[in-house]
Design a protein around this ligand. Structure first.
Ligand code: DLL
Length: 432
């Protein structure tokens, strides 16, 4: 099993990787030019045509794609194959009410599952393992991706989805799960419950594949100690397929990018110029094997560094560090994408003004979200004896918009500090 997923390009020489990337890139550019009018228009506007793309250096001639392109082409304007050839969609939230929808052919699903299988294999999983998939199933890619990867390597797969902690722990002990796949914050919560229930001696876990949100090295250490496992990071995004775009190996110091499927670049988010290896900037991906929803030079907004130092695991795939933040204002709270603009919309709809502050923190290894809202003189005069009720109604409206709980604190008019430059809307106290 290990051999199967390590063969081909995981350990390719630089020349082999260059050759396969070039061949696939050239083919992909032609595919989008022929089948996606939006791409053809963007390429024409930049004065590029498929014949201009002959080597990897030519990649920088291509226009960038952003979430705005995806929104403009919602729901299927970027589809590069007939809809009848697609077998699945997945989706993630965007900055407006419109979600991003990604389509997959069977071939796309297969390659994505291969990427997840590589991640599981790198964490030591084999067909002898019992793999508990506690990422959400459904539109979110986490559940389906790791589930498919687990099947590919022949592990016994427990399709738990997220939540229902008592049931998670029951199956974990009764079926002897050895690999846990979920967000790091949920892993930390499970660890806490295991300790509270005093059932650590019944847990057989040896590895965890945790991603979809930022987590620190100290969080890794505490999960590893609490669960007695090795905790591996996994990265991905719906637009580029889902989890498995990059994964950690036994070195646990950066994630190997599956660059035979996704060419990574680092760019300066201001000038948009490509930056050399080892430099911090925005991560950009070009998917070179996807059929249904290929994205060329997609700006992830994740701030990152790539490096190509030799890895003791033998893989030659370039490594990305843990994302260090985002170049846009999207926050990821408990694995959910939260935009300040969504919060602002709710506040304004509910009769407040846009003097507010979003405070994100991490307590007991779980993200917390608090919104401090300044009342107008009018709401202030109305508020006597009603503050709790007003806060509750805002909590409900925010939950409906964001899908997660945000604590609300109403404060007196003019009590939030004004700024002379850009307003400081977000205070992210999580030190990553
Ligand atoms: O979070 C896919 C995924 C599922 C990855 C399960 C890993 C495990 P989206 O919902 O589209 O997809 O969110 C993508 O999440 O641009 C990053 O900002 C963030 N992200 C994903 N993995 C990591 C990670 C899935 N390991 C966005 N560390 C990305 C930090 C991560 N941030």
């Amino acid at each position: 099993m290990e051999k199967y997923y390590q063969k081909e390009f995981e350990c390719a020489s630089a020349e082999e990787m260059r050759a396969i990337q070039t061949e696939r890139l050239v083919k992909q550019v032609k595919h989008v030019w022929d089948n996606v009018p939006h791409y053809r228009k963007k390429m024409e506007e930049k004065g590029v045509c498929p014949d201009d793309i002959k080597t990897l250096e030519d990649l920088s001639k291509l226009p960038f794609m952003t979430k705005a392109d995806l929104r403009d082409c919602y729901p299927d304007g970027l589809l590069a194959v007939p809809k009848a050839d697609c077998v699945r969609i997945h989706s993630t939230s965007g900055t407006t009410g419109k979600r991003v929808v990604a389509f997959y052919t069977q071939h796309d699903v297969d390659l994505w599952e291969d990427c997840c299988a590589r991640a599981l294999t790198a964490a030591g999983a084999t067909n002898e393992d019992v793999c508990q998939v506690a990422y959400g199933y459904g539109l979110f890619t986490g559940g389906a991706g790791l589930h498919g990867g687990s099947h590919k390597i022949g592990s016994l797969t427990l399709p738990m989805s997220s939540g229902n902690t008592d049931r998670q722990l029951q199956f974990m002990t009764d079926l002897g799960s050895t690999v846990l796949c979920c967000t790091p914050s949920y892993a930390a919560y499970l660890a806490e419950c295991i300790n509270e229930k005093g059932i650590k001696d019944q847990i057989k876990l040896k590895a965890g594949i945790f991603g979809a949100e930022a987590w620190s090295e100290s969080m890794r250490q505490s999960i590893q100690e609490d669960l007695g496992i090795k905790a591996y990071d996994i990265y991905g995004l719906t637009e580029i397929s889902g989890p498995g775009v990059a994964f950690e190996c036994c070195e646990q110091n950066g994630m190997h990018v599956n660059e035979d499927h996704f060419i990574p670049e680092i760019i300066d988010p201001e000038t948009l110029e490509p930056l050399p290896l080892g430099t911090q900037g925005e991560l950009v991906f070009t998917s070179i094997t996807k059929e249904a929803f290929p994205l060329l030079r997609y700006r992830t907004r994740d701030i990152c560094i790539l490096n190509r130092e030799k890895c003791s695991c033998g893989r030659t795939l370039v490594k990305m560090c843990k994302p260090m933040g985002r170049s846009d204002d999207m926050l990821i709270v408990k694995g959910v994408n939260v935009f300040p603009s969504q919060i602002e919309t709710v506040l304004i709809e509910q009769g407040y003004q846009s003097n507010y502050q979003i405070i994100v923190d991490r307590k007991n290894n779980s993200d917390t979200l608090e919104v401090m809202v300044e009342m107008t003189q009018e709401n202030f005069s109305d508020s006597l004896g009603k503050i709790t009720e007003m806060e509750k109604s805002l909590v409900a409206a925010l939950k409906a918009m964001l899908g997660i709980y945000a604590k609300v604190r109403l404060v007196a008019p003019k009590s939030i500090a004004r700024s002379e430059g850009k307003a400081v809307r977000v205070i992210d106290k999580r030190k990553i």
